[in-house]
Design a protein around this ligand. Structure first.
Ligand code: 6PG
Length: 248
């Protein structure tokens, strides 16, 4: 378990998780815009956050969130073009970004089409350095795989041990998109966030959730998601009852 004590909230089902997350994203946006006139939001990939993105694209959030003051980044991307079915950008664009008044310049896409993927990682990391310096984003959204991966930090891959770079290219042998190259933010950069929110649903993840949340806080992390421990920020797990089913 990470050293940051997490807030854990269990909701009845995936729709309730998305609704809770939407409320919290909107609240974080209001606070950030009030304090700093901008809200830096890192989107997660995969399938879980799609319901959240669709809620944020609809009323009341379409009107309530100060979208012109929002900057959107991506926690990871598959090494594919932006219109590819596997693209995290494409999912976010179709579910949210094409439906809210966010300026195009405020959307920072990972260029998964670049070859080699290390070039995409280098460019994205340089952009993050220029944008954040030694600081981090206001809110990072993450998911978790059954194997305990988060973003594209998969067990046994070089990204797990990365401590220098904000973004790396990472070759993954077993992922939701099979053997593939990914570009991912690293745990040290994610941990600079003011808040990290993990959205995990489904009975297929219950065993891993229980193992991660009940692990000894001082024991070495067995899974990449346990690397997520925002030093000066909040760590929130939003779980549905199925994913929380085996946790005490
Ligand atoms: C990705 C995501 C990845 C995802 C988990 C959970 O690019 O696939 O960044 O880390 O969050 O694999 O995926 P689901 O939400 O589809 O279960």
């Amino acid at each position: 378990m990470s050293s940051t004590i997490p807030e854990i909230k269990v909701l009845p089902n995936p729709a309730a998780v998305a609704a809770e997350a939407a409320e919290r994203v909107a609240a974080a946006a209001d606070e950030a815009v009030e304090l700093r006139d901008t809200f830096s939001l890192v989107l997660a990939g995969g399938s879980t956050p799609k319901k959240l993105y669709e809620l944020l694209a609809a009323e009341p959030y379409r009107s309530d969130v100060a979208w012109p003051r929002v900057e959107v980044f991506f926690g990871d991307e598959r090494a594919v073009p932006p219109d590819h079915a596997d693209s995290n950008y494409r999912m976010a664009r179709d579910a949210l970004l094409s439906k809210v008044p966010i300026p195009g310049d405020n959307i920072y896409r990972i260029k998964g089409e670049l070859d080699p993927p290390e070039e995409a990682a280098k460019q994205y990391g340089q952009m993050l350095k220029e944008r954040f310096g030694d600081d981090g984003p206001d809110l990072v959204l993450l998911g978790m795989g059954e194997d305990g991966h988060t973003a594209s930090i998969f067990p046994g891959t070089p990204a797990v041990a990365e401590t220098k770079h904000r973004v790396v290219a990472n070759h993954v042998e077993q992922s939701t998109t099979g053997k593939s190259w990914r570009i991912t933010m690293t745990a040290p950069f994610i941990n600079r966030a003011r808040q990290v929110m993990l959205l995990v649903t489904g009975a297929n993840k219950a065993a891993r959730v229980a193992e991660v949340l009940e692990a000894d806080i001082d024991a070495p992390p067995r899974y990449p998601v346990q690397l997520i421990s925002p030093a000066g920020g909040r760590l929130v797990w939003l779980l549905d009852a199925a994913a929380a089913g085996m946790a005490e």
